[in-house]
Design a protein around this ligand. Structure first.
Ligand code: HEC
Ligand code: HEC
Ligand code: HEC
Ligand code: HEC
Ligand code: HEC
Ligand code: HEC
Ligand code: HEC
Ligand code: HEC
Length: 412
């Protein structure tokens, strides 16, 4: 072999190696590095069957941050402590997954979630504390006083199990106590296989539950300046930006998550939205929360990443005036109801008289809507869906009360 041909052979060989290196560099890391047995076993094996059976499930997983970081099917699907095991094509998997399957890697977030009203209080709002352990009740009460230590909602027995299971429970199961001793599910906001912050940051994700006349948050948001800008500029926002380095350059229009959970410009991300709430707005008569000052400071700190503090203080002071005026309107209606109870004119079980519905709708629909609208930029909800209804229902309530008294007088 001549010197020249050796030179050519070496050059070609080098070229091939270099070429292979360059091609490899463009490949995902898992293909270059020796894949772990676990990865081949779990991801390769599960996906092999399931891509044929449920393409959508496997594809959602493939697009996830988990797939990119090598978190595989079995990492989530293996039985967590306390879970039922099931033989499955040579693997052992859990039959039902819970927050317990996420906490192994996201413990801190799970703990924060446990402090929130999305955990035990959500469930107790419907079914009461019966299915929760005394420890779970005591733990939640420390962070959310009165949230969990309570009886079932009267509507549960009134409407019957099927209505409650397909109705209330679909939203309130975000805090369902699980058989494995954990509470709730993380997949209501992240979905099961997408596991994405981009999804969780979309208003439509929260709107699965935060909608309708009793908690019109999505309707209010959609008509607010923020919602209008979001609809117009959504494609310019970096919805998938890393939560730990998120800035107002990524998200210059806020979504529900921005105000209630995100940590923009170095603020702390939270899985407990109560950290930024100063009033119990959902209550019939709104009172200040125990952490009123701190919580209000926390939320205002979010607003001032995009606004001046004088503007934000104005919004808050106007909204707090709406809270005070709504409270006095609901209190006037409550005084009428208390008077009927005292005189024995409406003493049946809850929801047995038309006037019970008038009163409930008055605070639960119109009252709440006025207050929520005032804080989140929904003028129409403060006015036409809110205060106008409050006025109408107050007149109706008084009329019904007079009628009850008249009938009672006639009977005597
Ligand atoms: C040989 C093919 C095959 C393999 C490998 C396989 N599965 Fe399955 N899987 C199925 C089939 C078929 C079903 C439908 C129910 C059944 O027959 O078990 C199923 C059902 C499931 C279900 C639904 C179970 C239920 O009761 O609702 C889950 C979850 C699941 N598989 C996860 C996995 C995971 C995770 C792996 C890997 C650790 C895996 N599968 C490996 C074929 C497979
Ligand atoms: C981030 C955790 C996670 C990962 C990773 C994951 N899953 Fe799942 N998967 C879930 C959860 C949560 C459920 C809902 C289980 C339940 O109903 O309790 C689920 C449900 C399923 C189901 C039933 C789906 C249905 O709609 O009937 C199948 C099948 C499944 N997973 C297969 C897979 C396969 C295959 C992989 C890997 C390609 C995978 N999963 C990776 C969390 C995960
Ligand atoms: C085996 C460990 C493990 C398990 C189990 C696990 N994760 Fe993760 N998760 C990770 C890792 C690693 C990342 C990537 C973190 C990073 O990018 O720094 C991640 C990232 C995420 C993200 C951020 C994704 C994004 O778009 O940036 C979400 C949301 C998430 N996980 C939710 C879940 C949920 C919900 C479950 C349970 C159903 C779960 N994880 C189970 C390890 C895990
Ligand atoms: C569409 C989803 C959805 C349905 C269905 C639903 N809720 Fe709710 N519920 C919510 C949301 C969201 C809130 C939070 C409202 C707020 O803070 O403004 C809430 C708040 C509550 C509250 C006040 C908060 C508390 O902890 O006291 C109670 C009580 C309640 N719901 C009970 C029920 C009952 C009982 C049913 C069925 C008869 C039901 N809900 C049906 C989503 C729902
Ligand atoms: C009420 C909706 C909601 C629920 C329930 C929820 N998350 Fe999140 N999660 C979010 C939002 C919104 C973000 C993004 C915050 C931001 O904008 O930076 C997020 C971010 C994350 C991240 C990325 C955080 C980081 O620092 O990289 C992980 C991991 C995560 N969630 C895991 C979980 C786990 C585990 C659970 C259950 C214990 C859970 N989430 C329950 C809404 C939710
Ligand atoms: C699966 C249903 C569901 C989803 C999805 C959901 N929530 Fe909730 N949320 C609830 C329920 C139920 C409550 C009422 C809990 C209670 O007080 O009993 C609630 C309460 C709240 C509260 C009031 C907490 C308090 O301390 O009073 C805020 C704020 C909130 N959610 C924000 C969000 C945001 C932001 C998202 C989306 C990132 C979201 N939620 C997604 C069901 C949901
Ligand atoms: C611009 C910031 C901002 C946006 C965007 C926003 N909120 Fe709010 N939200 C607030 C403020 C401020 C309050 C009242 C805080 C307080 O009580 O101090 C509030 C109150 C609430 C409450 C009432 C809790 C209670 O006490 O009853 C819920 C629930 C809620 N928001 C959910 C949502 C949802 C869901 C979305 C998206 C559809 C959303 N918010 C969008 C700022 C925002
Ligand atoms: C991520 C950035 C961001 C955050 C956080 C934010 N906003 Fe905004 N907001 C905007 C933008 C952008 C506009 C439109 C500004 C403009 O037209 O100059 C706007 C507009 C408004 C307007 C309408 C102003 C007008 O009259 O045109 C109000 C009121 C408002 N925001 C209140 C709030 C409150 C209260 C908070 C906190 C609870 C908040 N915003 C949080 C970005 C934000």
């Amino acid at each position: 072999m001549s010197f020249r041909s050796v030179f050519v052979a070496v050059t070609v060989a080098f070229g091939l190696i270099l070429g292979a290196f360059l091609v490899n560099r463009a490949r995902p890391r898992v293909e270059i590095e020796q894949p772990t047995a676990d990865f081949v076993r779990a991801s390769g094996k599960c996906a092999e069957c399931h891509a044929r059976l449920q393409y959508a499930v496997v594809h959602e997983y493939e697009m996830s941050a988990h797939a990119k970081k090598g978190v595989n099917c079995l990492d989530c699907h293996q039985p967590a402590p306390g879970q039922q095991k099931q033989e499955h094509h040579g693997f052992v998997i859990a039959t039902h997954l819970t927050a317990g399957n996420c906490r192994s890697c996201h413990e801190e977030i799970y703990q924060e979630f446990l402090h929130s009203r999305h955990a035990a209080p959500s469930w107790a709002a419907v079914y009461g504390k019966a299915a929760l352990s005394p420890e779970q009740v005591a733990f939640s009460e420390k962070y959310q006083p009165g949230g969990t230590d309570r009886p079932p909602n009267p509507l549960v027995s009134k409407e019957g199990p099927s209505a409650i299971a397909s109705g209330c429970e679909q939203c309130h199961s975000i805090g369902k106590p699980n058989d494995d001793g954990t509470i709730g599910t993380c997949t209501e906001c992240h979905a099961r296989h997408t596991s994405s912050v981009a999804l969780a940051r979309l208003p439509t994700t929260c709107a699965q539950c935060h909608m309708g006349p009793d908690h019109s948050q999505i309707e209010i948001y959609n008509e607010s300046r923020h919602g209008v800008l979001f609809a117009a500029q959504r494609q310019l926002l970096k919805l998938d930006a890393n939560p730990r380095t998120l800035t107002t350059r990524d998200m210059f229009v806020p979504t529900c998550a921005t105000c209630h959970m995100s940590g923009i410009n170095g603020l702390k991300v939270t899985h407990d939205p109560s950290e930024r709430l100063s009033w119990y707005l959902a209550a019939a008569i709104s009172t200040k929360r125990p952490n009123y000052l701190q919580a209000q400071t926390n939320m205002k700190q979010v607003c001032v990443q995009c606004h001046t503090s004088s503007m934000i203080n104005r919004v808050y002071s106007e909204a707090e005036q709406v809270v005070a005026s709504t409270n006095s309107k609901v209190l006037a209606a409550k005084a009428v109801m208390d008077g009927l109870h005292k005189d024995g004119l409406d003493n049946g079980p809850p929801f047995s008289n038309p006037i019970d519905f008038t009163y409930f709708d008055l605070w639960h629909y119109e009252g709440r809507t006025s207050k929520h609208g005032a804080f989140m930029g929904g003028a129409d909800f403060v006015q036409w869906h809110g205060n106008y209804g409050l006025l109408e229902k107050s007149v109706e309530l008084q009329h019904e009360a007079d009628e009850l008294r008249r009938m009672h007088g006639a009977r005597e």
